[in-house]
Ligand binder design. Structure first.
Ligand SMILES: CC(C)(COP(=O)(O)OP(=O)(O)OC[C@H]1O[C@@H](n2cnc3c(N)ncnc32)[C@H](O)[C@@H]1OP(=O)(O)O)[C@@H](O)C(=O)NCCC(=O)NCCS
Length: 471
């Protein structure tokens, strides 16, 4: 919220008025009011000095304030609950879910510009919000759509690098290879080699991030068409927005699928900084590796089954339920199947979370989309049954901290409904979306001059000695 300090006198007056409403209302109101007609980079130029001062002030006034205790459990347990990162673009509340620059998903659906009256938000609008903290106007959003189109040319060597891999290579391997090949054009690398001063690092980072976001759908669609559609590539359509054009290049033009893709890309963009892909990009970027290198590293983390690959695993698992028990499986049969999965030592994909302790709002908005557009779909009905059956089973297991569904529990059946049924491809869609959050934060990492990340590690020997002394 404090992000909006330093506004004009008029805005300050308005913000006082806004404080008289609920705190949530005031955030939204301020974000709406503070948008101007400038282009995105000019807005950033204006915001950055303000935020640099803010960070300096936090450091000088509160640098020694304690934020929590680090326990042995946290060190052994994957740093759960340990505050250790600055991540400006979004914040995750265990009970309430994600907020993008203070706005929940339903709020984003209300205030971000849409392609269809009352429809799903345009991912370009969310990109603007994540980068600036301000809700863009329709004009600003469509200018950003055009800007992304103007940056989307992918050099041939990228396709050649992908073609060097066997067509059967996992889609994430092909996608990450494409991203590494895009790195050849890094503006940040060129600027660094020329000796650009640190205060200017954010500008070539911005160029790389915008080019990366613009080019990823082309690379991702190429991978899809190469593997699943005999290499028949569909060119980009400049009349379409980002999400719709991506869907079009994949080969799906049903207006409902275009809406789904806008929603899909929007909700997968960002999930604060500690998740594997976001944290990886932040860590690698802290070494001043450029955005392509940082994002390719993030993709390799996203490709893990406990993280992004869970969306692939969910649809494959649901299809295995259908093969074994049919679409009209009873709740009792489903419960037995869930126990069978657990007893064979596997996790139930799409359920549980490292931070969330309630149903993921990214799941809820996809469920609402399904209720509106495909209520009769048999796999959606199976997903609905799982919502009733799985949480009590995981609770009975006794060790699962969050038995509720996450984003991945739902996305596959929606995509499958519109014909995108190749589950092995799903994590690539997640990757395209995640570039928007990760890229936005990388711009701020460089703008704020955040340092090399270098936490302290210890050995078991160190832990035993330290704990013995404390006892
Ligand atoms: C997301 C996930 C990795 C979070 O892990 P976490 O923070 O360690 O979760 P917890 O603290 O609740 O884990 C405690 C135990 O419950 C298990 N558990 C958690 N979720 C589970 C699930 N969906 N199915 C079976 N067991 C699960 C863990 O594997 C762990 O078991 P262990 O102590 O034998 O190693 C985990 O919930 C999971 O594997 N879910 C399925 C994969 C998935 O959907 N990933 C996408 C996340 S958005």
């Amino acid at each position: 919220m404090a992000f909006f300090r330093g506004l004009s006198t008029v805005s300050k007056f308005r913000s006082r008025l806004a404080e008289q409403t609920t705190s949530l209302g005031s955030v939204r109101w301020l974000q709406m009011q503070s948008s101007s007609e400038q282009d995105l980079k000019s807005q950033l130029k204006e915001l950055i000095p303000e935020q640099q001062d803010r960070l300096k002030k936090i450091k000088s006034e509160h640098g020694k304030v304690q934020l929590g205790n680090i326990t042995t459990d946290m060190v052994i347990g994957g740093m759960r609950g340990m505050i250790g990162l600055l991540w400006e673009t979004s914040l995750l509340d265990p009970e309430e879910g994600i907020r993008f620059r203070g706005l929940s998903i339903p709020e984003c659906q209300k205030v971000l510009p849409a392609a269809v009256e009352g429809g799903e938000p345009l991912p370009e609008g969310l990109l603007w919000l994540l980068l600036t903290g301000k809700v863009p106007s329709k004009e600003q959003t469509s200018a950003l759509t055009s800007e992304l189109h103007s940056r989307c040319r992918v050099p041939d060597h990228v396709f050649n690098a992908i073609d060097a891999l066997p067509v059967g290579a996992h889609p994430m391997t092909q996608f990450a290879t494409g991203v590494m090949a895009l790195q050849v054009d890094s503006e940040f690398q060129k600027a660094y080699e020329k000796g650009t001063p640190k205060s200017k690092y954010w500008e070539p980072t911005y160029e790389d991030v915008m080019n990366l976001i613009a080019r990823l759908p082309v690379v991702a669609a190429y991978v899809y068409r190469r593997i699943f559609k005999d290499g028949k590539v569909i060119p980009s359509d400049k009349s379409l927005d980002y999400g719709a054009n991506f869907s079009h290049m994949l080969g799906f033009d049903d207006p409902k699928m275009l809406e789904l893709m806008r929603l899909y890309v929007t909700i997968h963009t960002d999930h604060e900084g500690g998740n594997v892909s976001a944290h990886t990009a932040h860590l690698v970027g802290s070494a001043l590796s450029d955005p392509y290198l940082s994002f390719a590293a993030a993709l390799n983390g996203l490709a893990g089954p406990l993280h992004g690959l869970a969306n692939q695993e969910v649809l494959l698992w649901i299809k295995s339920v259908v093969v074994e028990c049919g679409e009209n499986i009873s709740k009792d049969q489903l419960k037995d199947y869930v126990w069978k999965t657990l007893n064979s030592g596997k996790v139930v994909p799409g359920f549980g979370h490292g931070v969330l302790r309630k149903t993921d709002p990214r799941y809820t908005c996809q469920r609402e989309f399904a209720l509106k557009h495909l209520p009769e779909d048999p796999l959606f009905q199976l997903v609905s049954k799982l919502y009733e059956v799985v949480p009590p089973v995981l609770t009975e297991l006794g060790k699962v901290k969050n038995p509720w569904p996450n984003v991945d529990a739902h996305s596959g059946v929606l995509l499958n409904h519109f014909g995108l049924s190749e589950a092995r491809y799903y994590t690539v869609l997640f990757g395209v979306s995640r570039s928007i959050g990760i890229g936005s934060q990388l711009v701020w990492d460089r703008a704020l001059g955040l340092p090399l990340e270098r936490p302290k590690s210890v050995t078991m020997d160190w832990l035993e000695k330290h704990c013995a002394k404390s006892a």
